[in-house]
Design a protein around this ligand. Structure first.
Ligand code: CAA
Length: 258
């Protein structure tokens, strides 16, 4: 376990919590913070006692986007050689479910980070958006791609071209987030939900996450082949035997993740 400067981590039962922690700048994501988020996630992913990851922000926002101070003097060649967004690709390799809890703002890179989560809960007053256009740039960590795949071209064009904010109500309406809660209970409700998923059979959870992600990338035919193999694979697990036996014996299953 290493200590982090820009995030805080805490283990709550089977949940690995990551909180963005630069509240003075509304958790603006500098490169180091993104690297730390990935390192913490990979650490949780390797830890057999952790079953799910929750991502949230400290202070008055989830995060207000990439760190503009860090970016303003950047040039194209340094961004290319630094491979600015390479850490974001590693996010796709996290096997355990990631739940985001968004309060306040999730703008720009922070909205992109939120869109990388497997599920999102938000406070009723949360606001999402891609304000990059107002800075003379555009989303660069998946925003135009993920948002469009999620809500379709019509709203993605409107939101990304205008840079206007998306309310939690609108985000809920368009399926960007799973539920809204009053800000006071957002973390409690998110942790409760995460706790329930953490008690599901881990191998089934893993295969379900993988298969749903493939639905975004693959054709229906390829996706169905992928799903089917995962379905077959689960019949090699003890948890499948245990789950079905427990059903027949009318008792609660005791899943081991094997
Ligand atoms: N980068 C660096 N600093 C930031 C920041 C950011 N993205 N967002 C906020 N801050 C800083 C502010 O400069 C301010 O610092 P000072 O107190 O030193 O002035 C502090 O955080 C508090 O912010 P505000 O005083 O602006 O707070 P507010 O409540 O009045 O406004 C806000 C909140 C509307 C979110 C506003 O801060 C804002 O518009 N932030 C920038 C949002 C943005 O454009 N994000 C996109 C960045 S580009 C990107 O993300 C590219 C990508 O795809 C990866």
């Amino acid at each position: 376990n290493r200590s982090f400067e820009n995030i805080e981590t805490a283990v709550k039962g089977k949940i690995g919590l990551i909180e963005l922690n630069r509240p003075k700048v509304l958790n603006a994501l500098n490169r180091q913070m993104v690297t730390e988020i990935l390192e913490a996630m990979e650490q949780y992913d390797r830890d057999p006692d952790i079953k799910i990851i929750v991502l949230a922000g400290k202070g008055r926002a989830f995060a207000a986007g990439a760190d503009i101070d860090e970016m303003m003097d950047a040039d194209a060649i340094s961004l290319e050689t630094l491979n600015q967004f390479t850490d974001w690709d590693r996010l796709a390799w996290i096997k355990k479910p990631i739940i985001g809890a968004v309060h306040g703002f999730a703008l720009g890179g922070a909205f992109e980070l939120a869109l990388c989560c497997d599920m999102l809960f938000a406070s009723e007053k949360a606001e999402f958006g891609f304000p990059e256009v107002n800075l003379g740039i555009m989303p660069g960590a998946g925003g135009t791609q993920r948002l469009t795949k999620l809500v379709g071209k019509t709203k993605a064009m409107e939101w990304v071209l205008s840079g206007k904010r998306i309310s939690a109500t609108e985000a809920l309406h368009f399926g960007i987030i799973n539920s809204t809660f009053a800000e006071e209970v957002l973390m409690e409700e998110t942790m409760k939900f995460a706790g329930n998923i953490a008690n599901q059979p881990p191998l089934a959870v893993r295969m379900i996450k993988e298969s749903i992600h493939k639905a975004v990338d693959y054709s229906l035919y390829e996706g169905m082949q992928y799903e089917r193999k995962n379905f077959y694979l689960l019949f090699a697990s003890e948890d499948q035997k245990e789950g079905m036996r427990a059903f027949k014996e009318k008792r609660k299953p005791d899943f081991k993740g094997k």
